[in-house]
Design a protein around this ligand. Structure first.
Ligand SMILES: [Cu+2]
Length: 332
């Protein structure tokens, strides 16, 4: 429950900002051109990618930290395997840059660094009980196209290309290749189309995003990860000039893996089974968004923490327990 503590600290900061800024004086009827002084630009909560475009010539650099904890096996009986997963922590540091070469097109690049730790329950074999992998994941190149916008609403088209830069050769301490969930990349090129809608009015922000991730080719170990589909909606409410709170619902589905890595023995662990990777989940996240006003402009700090409300796992897999996202953005 580490993320809860962070969330409470965040709330405390928001409240102190509220008190010192005298933000209560900020009412909702200020003029909106091009962006209302009393409102936030139309931005989504910390965990949403591709939610905004930049003005021509605009730059942004960003850093995101994501953590997810999974614990306990759901979706089926794992007792028939030699080993079964007990818990897993995934962390990701992601550095990104955005640049808008034209009025309607913004380009982005994201480089993730992934850290995975898994604990397992083992049978009679003397296999390592835990596994750790870390390294660069799949780099993403993205374009955000401003399809339509008004003062209040905006519709963006998203398209990203995933490059197979993450390792799919990760091994445990005994030198055996680790199962699919512990690998750092997909090994394949992927295409991620999407459409994003955002709105902003009178201190309220809202939005929705539909996106998909399609793996384009079989990787060098004879498999290709399943496609993934995401549908999310969110709302934000300004607390004052500098802070907003958010609520987000993210529903997603992941397909099973096509093909199989021939070195992974399915009887060893459910994580080695390409036909037991599909999942459908609904996550709920609350967040805080902070933008310093005054001298420092273009800076944004946002955090989000959440839990799955619903999960349907196809075969024995670890269940999601909680997630945390923290982001820092600087536009210029
Ligand atoms: Cu940006």
């Amino acid at each position: 429950m580490k993320f809860l503590a962070v969330l409470f600290i965040g709330f405390f900061c928001v409240l102190t900002t509220y008190a010192t800024d005298g933000c209560a004086a900020c009412d909702d009827d200020c003029g909106c051109e091009p962006v209302c002084e009393c409102e936030h630009p139309p931005r989504a909560p910390a965990g949403v990618m591709g939610d905004h475009a930049h003005h021509k010539g605009g730059w942004m650099v960003s850093y995101r930290y994501m953590a997810m904890h999974m614990e306990g096996v759901g979706g089926g009986d794992a007792s028939g395997y030699m080993m079964r997963p007990e818990s897993m922590d995934m962390q990701m540091h992601m550095v990104g840059a955005m640049y808008a070469p034209t009025k309607n097109l913004t380009l982005a690049m994201m480089v993730p660094y992934i850290i995975k730790d898994m604990d397992m329950v083992r049978g009679p074999l003397s296999l390592p009980r835990s596994a750790h992998t870390e390294g660069v994941g799949d780099i993403r190149l993205a374009g955000v196209y401003n399809l339509w916008s008004s003062h209040v609403q905006q519709v963006l088209l998203n398209l990203a290309l995933g490059l197979p830069t993450g390792s799919i050769d990760e091994e445990n301490a005994a030198g055996n290749r680790l199962g699919y969930p512990m690998q750092l990349g997909s090994g394949s090129y992927s295409l991620m189309p999407g459409v994003t809608y955002t709105g902003l009015s009178n201190g309220w922000g809202w939005g929705a995003q539909a996106k998909a991730s399609f793996q384009l080719n079989e990787n060098k170990h004879d498999y290709q990860l399943g496609n993934r589909y995401d549908l999310q909606v969110w709302g934000l409410r300004d607390l004052c000039k500098s802070s907003a709170i958010s609520l987000r619902l993210n529903g997603w589905h992941r397909d099973n893996i096509d093909g199989a890595d021939p070195t992974l023995a399915v009887a060893m662990s459910p994580g080695n089974d390409p036909d037991k990777r599909a999942a459908t989940r609904l996550d709920a996240l609350v967040g805080i968004d902070y933008r310093p006003t005054g001298k420092v402009t273009g800076l944004r700090l946002a955090i989000e923490g959440g839990v799955p409300l619903y999960q349907d796992l196809d075969g024995p897999q670890l269940e999601g327990e909680w997630m945390f996202i923290g982001g820092l953005q600087l536009s210029f």
